[in-house]
Design a protein around this ligand. Structure first.
Ligand code: DNO
Ligand code: MN
Length: 368
């Protein structure tokens, strides 16, 4: 398993690189220049500086999450070409330090959405929580106040500049249909993917979280059918996906195991996490352990093993446990437990493939 771990950068994360380096099996960071506004070019010097920092800890930087897409690209506005050109320059700059996968999303206005960053689980740990009834009656501005201004860190996807023009953005999206959004994604991919092929950097779209329309805004990365459609917009290996089990798995009609088998060649990055679904439509994130949530994490890892998955994997969000003070969803402890659970499952599947061999080895040992 190519295990990687998300890190938000020096001064922007409670977790340190020396801690990450001590998690067994973690070889690389999932990183980003979080202070660069969507649409701007990521400067080469800043990228190289990250390289130097990570080098000290022998961690690679092959996976970026995310290079965010400017709203003009999603809206299909006349100025989108400027932002696409900038995106292309960023891809080229990132390739110089060996970046291989760029995770991005195509959600209008908002990134992931929850109603409470510290929902309580039965064991008294806390985790990101989504209360359906609350969202249905909520003004998006209230949501911004809950998520964007709550913790001491800027939440990924809730950067202030993204939210400044909220009212105008909502108006701009009034006439954008799901078909328009899909066409705008295609326009973007048609320009970017040839560059990705040339520079050997794979694009990996992240599903919408949650995967349904919210506040009247269209959302297109929601189901297996949509993912298949997206991967065929530009038929290239470089037009791939980030298969996020937790984001997609909150829809009961999404079968993650089936998606792994059908989308296999195009999965370049796997986010694996569990989530507990309630009958009223609410959900809360849980530990990665299969028995703790509603998703078959054991079968999901088995499916990756069976397709011979060689892409990158990260534990996704974690709970807040053992009194850790951290970014919501991104503490050290529960994600490190997640790494060990996922790697343990993987090793067990690996071993079960070689049962015969193991027996022989044991016999030799006994004889010897
Ligand atoms: C939140 C993350 C998202 C994700 C982006 C990918 O913790 O799952 O912000 O990184 O949607 O582009
Ligand atoms: Mn994810």
């Amino acid at each position: 398993m190519n295990m990687v771990f998300r890190w938000f950068g020096e001064g922007n994360d409670s977790v340190t690189l020396s801690q990450i380096r001590q998690i067994p099996g973690v070889k690389g960071l999932v990183w980003a220049l979080h202070d660069i506004p969507a649409g701007d070019i990521w400067p080469l010097e800043r990228i190289q500086e990250c390289r130097r920092i990570a080098d000290k800890y022998h961690l690679h930087l092959k996976v970026v999450e995310s290079v965010n897409i400017h709203e003009s690209i999603k809206l299909g506005s006349p100025d989108r070409d400027v932002y696409i050109a900038n995106y292309i320059q960023t891809i080229k700059n990132l390739s110089t330090i060996g970046v291989k996968v760029i995770c991005y999303n195509f959600m209008p206005v908002f990134d992931w959405i929850r109603t409470d960053l510290f929902g309580t689980l039965p064991d008294k740990s806390t985790a990101l929580f989504y209360e359906k009834a609350k969202v249905e009656n909520m003004d998006p501005i209230e949501l911004v106040n809950r998520i964007a201004t709550n913790p001491e860190y800027t939440m990924p996807g809730w950067e202030p500049e993204r939210l400044e023009a909220l009212k105008e953005l909502f108006e701009a999206y009034l006439t954008v249909t799901t078909e328009d959004l899909m066409a705008n994604l295609q326009y973007f991919l048609e320009r970017v993917i040839p560059v990705c092929e040339e520079y050997d950097v794979k694009m990996a779209i992240h599903p919408d979280d949650p995967p349904w329309e919210m506040f009247g805004l269209p959302r297109i990365v929601t189901t297996k059918e949509r993912l298949l459609e997206i991967t065929s917009l530009v038929d290239s290996h470089y037009n791939g996906i980030t298969l996020c089990s937790g984001a997609l798995g909150v829809r009961k009609d999404n079968n993650i195991v089936e998606m792994i088998y059908e989308l296999k060649d195009r999965i370049h990055f796997a986010h694996i996490r569990n989530v507990k679904l309630f009958n009223n439509g609410d959900f809360i994130e849980t530990s990665h352990y299969t028995a703790d949530g509603s998703l078959p994490i054991d079968k999901i890892v088995k499916a990756y093993h069976e397709i011979g998955y060689r892409g990158y994997v990260r534990p996704d969000h974690g709970r807040h446990i053992w009194d850790e003070v951290c970014r919501p969803g991104y503490g050290l402890y529960d994600r490190a437990l997640g790494v060990m659970y996922l790697s343990g499952l993987w090793d067990a599947y690996q071993l079960s493939e070689r049962v015969g061999e193991t027996d022989v080895t044991n016999k030799h040992k006994l004889k010897g």
